[in-house]
Design a protein around this ligand. Sequence first.
Ligand SMILES: [Zn+2]
Length: 125
Amino acid sequence: MQCPQCQAPLAAGAKRCSSCGQTIRAYGGPPPVGGDATGGLIPYKNAPALTAYYLGLFSILPFLGIPMGIAAVVLGVMGLKKLRAEPRVKGKTHAYVGIGCGGLGALAWIGLLLLIFILPMLNTQ
Ligand SMILES: [Zn+2]
């Protein structure tokens, strides 16, 4: 990394050139506070996608999996819409995982409930 003004070598992450005093971040350095310090692995800025991801994972829980799975699908879709409007928020994978796991979880639990409660009723008639 070099100073854009005087070309002096800079320490990694330097905010200011030690040679000429130039502020470095103004020249296309890493984005200031709120940037993806994690390299975009965890989409902090795409809260719906991140929430969908965790709800999707937790949709394996009995009964809670139904509302959580449905919420995961809704939030996952919201996350994808947010991503389309603002590509830099990231979170595509998290949104898809949320939709996939949440949808499957909710359907699996609804199916199981139907089997448990509906089938015996049908059999007795
Ligand atoms: Zn400089």
